[in-house]
Design a protein around this ligand. Structure first.
Ligand code: PHE
Length: 345
């Protein structure tokens, strides 16, 4: 092996030992730099006689080209290795199983409300919504409940600052909705014409100072109101019986109207039901208060009680949900325990 071949072989091996770009550049300088071995050889040509210069020069250039080729080859190899390393470090394992998101579901009380809304909507009832922080007038006074009525005692009612209270029932919606309705048809009424019947339900949260397995300080009611010129107790009966049959998807039940008392209805009745089969068979269950709207309440709606008459009811939604789903402790609805709630998905 001549001296130039030897030099090329050495350069190749040094380049091969460089494992980082900086090391490779140092090795390059030793051959091709200003004081590199090949540069020195080229400088040495000047001392040779002209006839040797040509041959020697050509041979050195061949060696130089070989060194440059080896250098480029190594540069490329290092760049590829670096890229590969980078790809490896950044790689995604697409075979790993993903993280699942839980499937959400509606709360059983919400589902019950929606069910009630759609049944009454099919009977031509509007759905209304109103405030939970209520004025004394709407919750009590307008509903013919005088200031000394037992339903007002501190024991029953949460009072808030400024004389307001958390509504103890959805009945204030009777007044609120009727007043809006009457306002809308004021001109017709003043002209002695009639207005469309008030036919509405108002589901929502209600509050009382009460807490045990069947009472929660926050609970849900749905108010129903139908007022017109020719609405009677028999309409209450047919509407409510149809509702219960739809709601429980059975006709196999008995329903009774038991005389009762509410300041805002006269006469008043508790609505009880009894299943003829199933686990609750043979037990009377109280599901709603109801009655014919009291003349004073009709007056407070802005209507003439000699001309307008109707019925109202107020039912416990949580109670209906418990009966439908077979839940025996009301508090389960409000504990937020997913083991219970996820059964309703
Ligand atoms: N508001 C009554 C209650 O909460 C229920 C009711 C509503 C009774 C409408 C009669 C008419 O007990």
């Amino acid at each position: 092996m001549n001296e130039l071949d030897q030099l090329v072989a050495e350069a190749r091996s040094e380049f091969g030992q460089a494992h980082a770009p900086a090391e490779l550049e140092n090795a390059k300088a030793r051959y091709l730099g200003k004081a590199g071995r090949l540069t020195e050889l080229l400088k040495g040509l000047a001392q040779l006689p002209p006839e040797d210069k040509k041959l020697r020069g050509a041979a050195i250039n061949v060696a130089k080209q070989q060194v440059e080729a080896a250098l480029n080859e190594r540069r490329q190899a290092l760049a590829e290795a670096e890229l590969e390393q980078q790809l490896k470090a950044e790689s995604l394992d697409v075979s790993l199983p993903g993280r699942k998101r839980g499937v959400a579901g509606l709360h059983p009380v919400t589902r019950t409300m929606e069910r009630i809304e759609s049944i009454f909507a099919s009977m031509g009832f509007e759905v209304a919504d109103g405030p939970e922080i209520e004025a004394d007038w709407f919750n009590f006074t307008a509903l013919n409940t005088p200031a000394d009525h037992p339903a007002r005692s501190m024991h029953d009612t949460f009072y808030v600052e400024g004389g307001h209270l958390l509504r103890t029932h959805t009945s204030p919606m009777q007044i609120r909705h009727a007043v809006q309705h009457v306002k809308r048809y004021r001109e017709r009424l003043d002209a002695g014409q009639s207005m469309p019947d008030i036919r509405v339900i108002a589901p929502g949260r209600t509050y009382r100072v009460d807490s045990d397995a069947t009472h929660s300080p926050m609970f849900h009611q749905v108010e129903g109101l139908w007022v017109g010129e020719n609405v009677s107790f028999k309409d209450l009966k047919s509407v409510y019986v149809s509702f219960l049959r739809e709601f429980f998807e059975t006709d196999d039940m008995q329903i009774r109207f038991r005389p009762s008392y509410f300041p805002f209805t006269e006469p008043s009745a508790e609505i009880d039901m009894m299943f003829n089969s199933g686990p609750l068979k043979g037990r009377w269950l109280e599901v709603s208060g109801s009655g014919q709207v009291h003349p004073q309440v009709v007056r407070n709606m802005g209507l003439d009680p000699e001309r307008y008459i109707g019925f109202a009811f107020g039912s416990g939604i949580d109670r209906l949900a418990m009966l439908r789903y077979g839940v025996n402790d009301l508090r389960l609805f409000f504990d937020g325990d997913l083991r219970f709630l996820s059964q309703f998905k």
